[in-house]
Structure formats: structure tokens, C-alpha cells
Design a protein around this ligand. Structure first.
Ligand code: MCA
Ligand code: AMP
Length: 494
């Protein structure tokens, strides 16, 4: 078997991680992992156990996630702004033996308990233990929580093999090598920032320059040093383009990068054109899901194609299907079907939830993404929509409308609530809520309800606009009509 992170199997002085001006070499990462293994042993944590990591904006968050992977411990990466009800769900579902945080004091007391600190990672006086190099095995490596249309977020279990296969396929599409430094300002609790950005850099033996907070000027400056690749979500490209129009240094950063890669949501064709006009080069898109990792990517051996996410990656089997799950053979760039994939990148299943797993993956291993696409003669896909309108993509985060509706309905002054995603030039979609107050004569303030959601759930799930209505639009059968809400949102210019 091969090591998962070859550069850590024979560690040397090459830089592999830069955060907030501090750079660590491969040898230093392995030394930090050795101290983490000693800490895990002292706690009685064994390979396969679940361990939470609050992914605060700190070098140690990244180190802990790599060290857990090497130790064979399953990381449950946690949004450092996780709301109280989400934390309760993760605590009961994933049942992490312990949680770690770079700054435990900043984690509010809650069902996941006070986290243990990660000071040992950078403290050379702490005991260390030999690190057995993790191989590309089928054992779980990550549990990543992802929202669905209804119910609570589900824990997608990804194995080391899922991750290694997918990263190798991406490396071939992007000609990604040890000579590249990835620059990103993404969170480490999702696939994009963690699996692609951090684990991807370790897999190819390159360096990750992680900016824990998104800020266009710093990101652009980081792109100017050496051979760099930018990973970002469309909202970040939008904000980079806005900044580049005002500040030539930002445009220079975008020009300096070897590659600009966008994903997690669709980048509008106009935004593609705007960036190309600003910096004379295009953005390559790729398409994936938490459960399947990345399925399609435009190979950089050809030109970027605004609107297209490329053909399936090597090793990925892909079909378009109709509503009855029958294969659509068309390659006319017009016929729309659901994207269905199979291959070594598809997750092992949802944690503790075989019913939900069976709903998305059939007996032959085909995973039904819920995304709608066309395919052209060359096999390149265009993502044109989603089957479920109750899934919202805002800023690159997937958010279930039902989760926010349930949270609003929990508020004592709310009788009922409905949530939709509305097109937004910056966020892609923004969350808009409609609320029927329990006492319409004395409703709570919209701000209080928005704050209620931001506290119970992560703040990115909060509605950006909230309207009070006398009643929600329903059909004769009493079914909620979200199309009616869309029209209402448009009329209120929310
Ligand atoms: C705002 N904040 C609040 C409140 N309002 N805090 C408490 N209560 C409130 N009412 C805080 C936030 O926590 C945050 O703080 C700041 O104010 C701004 O929050 P927000 O408005 O949510 O952020 P934004 O400015 O809209 O963020 C834009 C963003 C972000 C930076 C682009 O959306 C982002 O990081 N997106 C990346 C998503 C991602 O990685 N997706 C990958 C999924 P502070 O500033 O201190 O944090 S993986 C995937 O999709 C697949 C596999 C794929 O293909 O990649
Ligand atoms: P998540 O569960 O957060 O991993 O989000 C996965 C979803 O993001 C997919 O099902 C798509 O709807 C969307 N997505 C990811 N990449 C792209 C892209 N390049 N274009 C359009 N949608 C995308």
C-alpha cells in the first residue's frame, strides 16, 4: 500500500503549510503529529475513534486535522461558529470521544463539552510518539456534516481511499505538483478547504498558504509569490473582482497565479467574463459534493470554458438520468438530466443513517446527486439546477431550508415560517424567510428572529431578509407554495 501523504513519509525541510506568517516544513508537521499521537495515546484514543476539531482560524487547527489523519483517528471537523442545536446534534450523532480547539476558551460551553487545547502541537517540550504513516486504506478518515432538504445535517463518512483517489484525479486534471502552492481562505470544516486545499497539498507534496479569514488584498499578495493555485468559491471570486476594479494590486495577484479554480457553487458566465477582462485570464470550474468529492473538472491542458464544469475526472463513471432513474444518452448540451456518479470517490455512507444512504446510493453503487445538468459532445457538463428547491447554496455553503424553518418555528413568537433562496449577485443565493407571527398585532423584530437563527445554527444559515406575512401561500390541499413566496420576495425586492 502507498502512504496517504508521501511527503510526510520521508519528511524534509520543504514548506508544506503557511498560516498567518508562520511556515512549517514537512518535518515539522510530522514532529507536531508525533506529539499529537502521544496526546491521543494518553487520552486512550484509538484508531477509528471519533475526535472533534473546532476549526478555528489557527495553524493548529490544520495541524490537528493532518495529525488525526496520520494517526488513523476519524476527525469530525466543526465549524467554530456552530450553533447550539447543531452542536447537540453532532454530539449525539458522531459522539466524539474528545474535542480539540486551538483556543478552547473561545468555544461556548455546550453539549460537545469544553474542548482540549492543542498547544502540544507547537510545543517541542511535549512528549511525542512514533507516527505510523497512514496508508491509503478504506477506513473512515472524516465525518463531514452536510445539510439536506429536511431534517438535521447528516454526517458524510469519507475514507482515506475516497480522498486519495479523488486528489490524484484532480492532480492529473490540474497538472498539480509539489511545485505548486495552493492559496485559499476557505474554512477547514468542508471538503473544499480541508480535503482539496490542505490534504490535497499534502498529497501532492506542495504547500498550502491558508488565510483563515477571507480578505482580497492579502489573498492577492499570497498569490504573487511563486507558482500558485487559487481555490475559492464564487462569492470570493465576485468579491475579488470587485476589489480588483478598485485596487490594481488585487488584479495583479489574480494575474500572477498559475491557476484560478472555482467550485462549491456555479460561477456565473458574466463573472467569468469580468475576471477575464480584469486580469486577462480565465477561471477553471470543477463540480462536486461532500458525499462524492469532486466528480468533474475542466482539464487545464485546454482553455477555461465559462459555464462548464468539465468532463468526469479519471475513474469517475457518470450518467445523466431522468425522473425514473433511466439513463439519458444525449450529448447535445441541451437535454437535462440528474447527475449520477459511481467510483472510488463516492463516500462510504451517512453516519448512523442507512436509510438516508440508500435513498441517494443504489445497490450498484450509483450516487444520485440531485443536481441537474446537460452534457456536450466532449462529455463536459453544465450544471443548470437542482431537483430540490429546498436546498440553498449561499456563499458556497449548502443550507437546507427545512432546518431554518424548524429553527424559526421553535421561537415562541413564531406561528409558522417558510424559507427560500433568492438569486444574489454576491452570495449566489441569499436566504429569505417569511414568518407568520403568533400575535400579528405585536410581532417580534425581524432582527431578533435573524439573531435567533444565527445563535441556534451557524451564522451563515441566518436569513438575510425576513418578512412578516398574515399567512403562507398554500394550494387547495394545504401544501405550501414556495413559488408564491418567490413572487412575494420579488415584489418586495428583498
Ligand atoms: C454575521 N455574523 C454573525 C451574525 N451575522 N455572527 C453572529 N450573529 C449574527 N447575526 C458574523 C459571521 O460569523 C462572520 O464572522 C461575519 O459576521 C460574516 O458572516 P457571513 O455574513 O456569514 O459571511 P460572509 O461575509 O457572507 O461570507 C462569505 C464567504 C463565506 C467568506 C464567502 O460564505 C465562506 O467562507 N464560504 C465558503 C463556503 C465553503 O467553503 N463551502 C465549501 C463546501 P467572521 O467574519 O468573524 O467569520 S464543500 C462543497 O461545496 C463541495 C464539496 C465543493 O464542490 O467544494
Ligand atoms: P456540498 O454538499 O456543500 O458539498 O454542496 C454540493 C453541491 O454544490 C452540489 O450538489 C452542487 O449543487 C453544488 N456545486 C458544487 N460545485 C458546483 C459548480 N461548479 N457548479 C454548480 N454547482 C456546484
Amino acid at each position: 500500500m502507498q502512504p496517504l501523504f508521501p511527503c510526510l513519509a520521508a519528511p524534509d525541510d520543504r514548506p508544506v503549510l503557511t498560516v498567518d506568517g508562520r511556515t512549517l516544513s514537512a518535518a515539522q508537521v510530522v514532529a507536531a503529529a508525533a506529539r499529537h499521537v502521544a496526546a491521543l495515546t494518553a487520552l486512550g484514543v484509538r484508531p477509528g475513534d471519533h475526535v472533534g476539531v473546532w476549526t478555528q482560524p489557527d495553524l493548529r487547527s490544520a495541524l490537528a486535522l493532518a495529525a488525526n489523519a496520520l494517526a488513523g483517528v476519524v476527525s469530525v471537523p466543526l465549524n467554530p461558529r456552530l450553533g447550539a442545536s447543531e452542536a447537540a446534534h453532532v454530539a449525539s450523532d458522531a459522539a466524539p470521544r474528545f474535542c480539540f480547539a486551538a483556543d478552547p476558551q473561545a468555544v461556548p460551553a455546550g453539549p460537545l463539552g469544553r474542548p482540549l487545547m492543542l498547544d502540544h502541537l507547537l510545543d517541542e517540550t511535549c512528549p511525542s510518539e512514533h507516527v505510523t504513516m497512514r496508508e491509503i486504506d478504506e477506513a473512515p478518515m472524516l465525518v463531514l456534516y452536510t445539510s439536506g432538504t429536511t431534517g438535521l445535517p447528516k454526517g458524510a463518512v469519507l475514507s482515506a481511499a475516497n480522498i486519495a483517489h479523488n486528489l490524484d484525479a484532480l492532480a492529473s486534471a490540474w497538472l498539480w505538483t509539489a511545485a505548486d502552492a495552493v492559496v485559499h481562505a476557505l474554512p477547514l470544516f468542508h471538503v473544499h478547504g480541508l480535503v482539496l486545499g490542505w490534504f490535497g497539498s499534502l498529497r501532492v507534496g506542495g504547500c498550502l498558504r491558508w488565510l483563515p479569514r477571507f480578505e482580497p488584498a492579502s489573498l492577492a499578495a499570497a498569490l504573487c509569490r511563486g507558482r500558485t493555485i487559487l481555490f475559492a468559491v464564487p462569492t470570493m471570486f465576485h468579491r475579488l473582482a470587485e476589489a480588483a476594479e478598485a485596487d490594481p494590486a488585487v488584479a495583479e495577484g489574480l494575474r500572477a497565479a498559475r491557476l484560478l479554480i472555482s467550485g462549491s457553487a456555479g460561477l456565473g458566465v458574466r463573472e467569468h467574463q469580468r475576471i477575464a477582462a480584469l486580469c486577462g485570464r480565465g477561471v477553471y470550474e470543477r463540480y462536486g459534493l461532500t458525499e462524492t468529492l469532486i466528480n468533474c473538472a475542466l482539464p487545464v491542458s485546454g482553455p477555461p470554458r465559462p459555464g462548464y464544469v468539465g468532463p468526469p475526472l479519471p475513474g469517475v463513471e457518470l450518467r445523466l438520468c431522468d425522473d425514473q432513474r433511466r439513463t439519458i444518452a444525449a450529448g447535445d448540451d441541451e437535454t437535462i438530466g440528474e447527475v449520477v456518479v459511481r467510483g472510488p470517490q463516492v463516500f462510504t455512507g451517512y453516519l448512523n443513517n442507512p436509510v438516508a444512504t440508500a435513498a441517494v446510493r443504489d445497490a450498484e453503487g450509483w450516487f444520485y446527486t440531485g443536481d441537474l445538468a446537460t452534457r456536450d459532445q466532449s462529455g463536459a457538463l453544465r450544471i443548470v439546477g437542482r431537483r430540490a428547491t429546498d436546498l440553498i447554496k449561499s456563499g458556497g455553503f449548502k443550507i437546507g431550508a427545512g432546518e431554518i424553518e424548524a429553527c424559526l418555528a421553535d421561537h415562541p413568537e413564531v406561528r409558522e415560517a417558510a424559507v427560500i433562496g433568492v438569486d444574489d449577485p454576491d452570495l449566489g443565493e441569499r436566504i429569505v424567510a417569511f414568518v407568520v407571527a403568533r400575535d400579528p398585532a405585536a410581532p417580534p423584530s425581524a432582527e431578533a428572529l435573524i439573531q435567533h437563527v444565527a445563535a441556534a445554527l451557524a451564522p451563515h444559515k441566518r436569513p438575510r431578509a425576513l418578512h412578516f406575512v398574515a399567512e403562507l401561500p398554500r394550494n387547495a390541499m394545504g401544501k405550501l407554495l414556495k413559488s408564491g413566496l418567490r413572487a412575494l420576495a420579488a415584489s418586495r425586492c428583498s
